[in-house]
Design a protein around this ligand. Structure first.
Ligand code: PGA
Length: 243
């Protein structure tokens, strides 16, 4: 099974999303690529079609209670959310999300039967200093250690270099394939797990042909490219053809 995840971020208003959802509901799909859409939280209720799975872009580290402005995993689950993006670098950078918080969120997700999609990736500086593997290893070890053994296998990892998000830059393809294999190798060596590892960062119609031919990648995340359903369809078709 491969994954194609649409991270709409804080884009689009109600009317635009009603139209978007209608188009997404009639996208042509196959059974071997799971399509997951992650709209902004207030609009999750508009996305209730069986043609795709629903994901949230975040969730609260708290359970229900006096936490103004928060959306709990239980609430999201009641809106049919089955996946949640957790630890995206935009959350780490703009909302100062630390690993302790990320761990709480992952636990909340599991508790409400939501599959966590956990993001890892190096900054440009770390890359330039040859710290990529060290960074990834640290980001993985801290998190997985905290997740109870029996739940670990439901986790999905995303390798998303911070410098590749929204920049049009992607890692060199050989390097990308080696990095994905490195992630799989350490997850297996440390935890005896084989988790899906996805790639994200500037995936578009131009690089999809090449990206989809890298067999080690178990799925892709679209940010900017997810704003247009026709582009999603085009990317989906090429992905489908190449796997
Ligand atoms: P991008 O974003 O495709 O616009 O680079 C991807 C992401 O942040 O998940």
């Amino acid at each position: 099974m491969k994954y194609l995840i649409c991270n709409l971020k804080a884009n689009k208003k109600k009317d635009e999303l009603i139209k978007y959802e209608k188009e997404l509901s009639s996208i042509n799909k196959s059974s071997n690529i799971e399509l997951i859409v992650c709209p902004s939280t207030p609009f999750l209720f508009l996305f209730q079609n069986e043609n795709y799975e629903l994901g949230s872009q975040d969730l609260s580290k708290f359970n229900e209670g006096p936490y103004t402005g928060e959306n709990t995993a239980e609430q999201l689950s009641s809106l049919n959310v089955r996946y949640a993006l957790i630890g995206h670098s935009e959350r780490r950078i703009y909302f100062h999300e630390e690993e302790e918080t990320i761990i709480e969120k992952i636990k909340r997700a599991y508790h409400s039967h939501i599959r966590p999609i956990y993001f890892i990736g190096e900054t440009k500086e770390e890359k330039n200093n040859n710290q990529t593997y060290k960074t990834l290893e640290k980001q993985i070890a801290h998190i997985i250690n905290e997740v109870p053994d029996y739940k670990r296998e439901k986790m999905i990892l995303v390798y998303e270099p911070v410098w590749a998000i929204g920049t049009g830059e992607v890692p060199n393809y050989d390097e990308m394939s080696e990095t994905i294999m490195f992630i799989k190798k350490i997850v297996n060596a440390y935890y005896g797990l084989s988790l899906p590892v996805l790639y994200g960062g500037s995936v578009n119609e131009t690089n999809i042909e090449k990206l989809s031919s890298i067999q080690e990648i178990d799925g892709l995340i679209l940010g900017e490219s997810s704003k247009n359903v026709q582009i999603i369809q085009d990317i989906y078709n090429i992905y489908q053809k190449n796997i």
